[in-house]
Design a protein around this ligand. Structure first.
Ligand code: G3H
Ligand code: 13P
Ligand code: ZN
Length: 312
């Protein structure tokens, strides 16, 4: 089975009231942990690569690792560029075999976002690749870009029909209160999502797949484990799993998760090295770390996404 686009996955997810997990990948152990969990649970899957991950691991290495995962698991996997910020980056991923790209023009003003996104869509569609656009701006850190609370903004539902119609995007990321990274809410603040905005977007764009970025739950036991074994993370709050589940039952078809994988992997490595201080073979700590990734993905598929068993 070759890599697939997300078109069929999203169509079924929309109708079935579930979402597809889009997990960020940087190396072999992360790819193996994610794909082993998805294969065991027969879950459709999106693996996504950020510009930073591509710089870190190299396009060809990531491509070959993902191809190996497709061969090993037989799963339909969509390979997606996360937060592409230029036409050139999107083109390079399309030419290099990705089946989906995000063009994140949300940092530009509306008209420039439309023009840039439409340009990427034209090239992508001519090459059989699908495109995710973004309207509204999420708070938080991704790569070297930090968006402050003051610069973040919810998606304006009044813009979505015009944006989708003029750009031709296949899915749309919206801002309803999620944010990137581990620190999504201030200590003591109650997590909240603007389900009213999601509902209005869904009414204006019937049957259209919506994407949620910044959707890690920052599960407290992993932060506690990091801190128990020498870390010093401040209090971190994520998006409660039941809110994400609710979004998945609505128009949200793709849920992006990176921070929860980072926390699970780091917590596992810290614990292993603290308990086995004489170990120096990377396999000794990367094996449980890979298992921690697998367990986290299995948890997401069951508790949040609802996509177990959706691969025939
Ligand atoms: O949304 C961003 C993802 O968490 C990727 O993060 O740019 O540090 O690889 P990164
Ligand atoms: P988290 O930082 O919440 O995992 O979000 C990841 C993301 O949106 C990747 O695009
Ligand atoms: Zn994101």
């Amino acid at each position: 089975m070759p890599l697939v686009t997300s078109t069929e996955m999203f169509r079924k997810a929309y109708e079935g009231g579930y979402a597809i997990g889009a997990f960020n990948v940087n190396n072999m152990e992360i790819i193996q942990g994610i794909t082993e969990a998805a294969a065991e649970l027969r879950a459709p899957l999106i693996l996504q690569v950020s510009a930073g991950a591509r710089k870190y691991a190299n396009h060809t290495y990531l491509m070959k690792l993902v191809e190996a995962a497709v061969e090993e698991t037989g799963l339909p996997i969509c390979l997606h560029l996360d937060h592409g910020d230029t036409f050139e980056l999107c083109k390079s991923c399309i030419d290099g075999g990705f089946t989906s790209v995000m063009i994140d023009g949300s940092h530009h003003d509306y008209e420039d976002n439309v023009a840039l996104t439409a340009k990427v869509v034209e090239y992508a569609h001519a090459h059989g690749v699908v495109v995710e656009g973004e309207l509204g701006r999420l708070e938080g850190v991704e790569d070297d870009v930090k968006v402050s609370a003051a610069d973040a903004s919810y998606t304006d539902p009044a813009q979505v029909e015009d944006f989708v119609q003029r750009t031709g995007v296949d899915s749309l990321a919206i801002a309803i209160g999620t944010s990137h990274g581990a620190y999504k809410f201030k200590p003591g603040q109650k997590p909240q999502l603007r389900f009213d905005i999601l509902q209005e977007v869904a009414q204006r764009l019937p049957q259209f797949p919506i994407v949620l970025h910044g959707a890690s739950s920052v599960i407290p036991e992993f932060v506690a484990q990091i801190n128990q074994y020498g870390g010093s993370m401040p209090d971190a709050i994520g998006i409660p799993e039941e809110m994400l589940r609710q979004a998945a039952e609505m128009a949200v078809c793709k849920i992006n998760i990176d921070s929860d994988l980072r926390l699970a992997m780091t917590a596992s490595i810290r614990k292993h090295l603290a308990e086995h201080p004489a170990d120096f073979d990377p396999r000794q700590y990367l094996k449980p770390a890979r298992q921690a990734i697998k367990d986290m993905v299995a948890r997401k598929i069951s508790n949040v996404l609802g996509c177990a068993g959706k691969v025939e």
